[in-house]
Design a protein around this ligand. Sequence first.
Ligand SMILES: [Zn+2]
Length: 291
Amino acid sequence: MAVKAWDSSLTLPGLIVESRAVVDGTVEVSGRLASAGAICPDCANPSTSFHSRYDRTLSDLPVSGSTVRLRLSVRRFRCTHTSCQRRTFSEPLAPPVGRRYGRRVGRCDALVRAAAVALGGRPEARMMARLAMPWSRDTMLRVLRRGDPAAELPPPARVVGIDDFAWRRGHSYGSIVVDLERRQVIDLLPDRRRDTVIAWLRQNPQVEIICRDRGPGYGVAASEAAPQARQVADRWHLFENASAAFLAAVRSEMLCLRRALAPTGPVDPATLTRAERIQWDGAQLREALNR
Ligand SMILES: [Zn+2]
């Protein structure tokens, strides 16, 4: 009785195990899916019209240090719906069993992902091989890149920043949209056109605050598509504009500043930096020409 309870708790949900065997030190489990039929992926109509079956092999978590392989007998069904173009389709695997073209049982990916985060690359591959899960480094990287399907989706962005960025500097520009509360890029728009930004904002009516540059482009788009949102200038653009205004004011009053800094006579060129020397020579030249 105790063995039966242990056994059923290890069996994947939706899977009927038909046999187990140990072949060359590898535990081979044969099984099939428990469902009576399947739903056509094109027309979404159920079908129990059996067509054929084929075998798939998936790796599973090891048992007592031995590699485990699941040999799964997968059925193909006919789609009997008259208006559907599809003739046959294979039954889909439930997520705990595996992905459509996957080569591992679903519960392996969580372990691979955790090990990839902790160890990464070759150290992970070596550790997994010692744990009787000899998967390649590339396989583990693919699992990591695919992300965690069980992870919760983040809430829709409430505070966004919109700015332009260069696909290719000087040639083509797009727009970048950042969730400023999570500090993550959430979208890249193909261009800077007003219609493109308007379409994005209309798809995201939850946006409450839009942080943008001080040009009219994004502002007009935001006023039209998201009138409920408050528009603010971001800190980087404020500092950039203030810096440009300060430099322009200093340049326009350079001669007065020079005189104020050296009220008793001409500036000693030897005390100037190289950049200041170039500016000073230019100022002297202009002064001589205008005299
Ligand atoms: Zn169909």
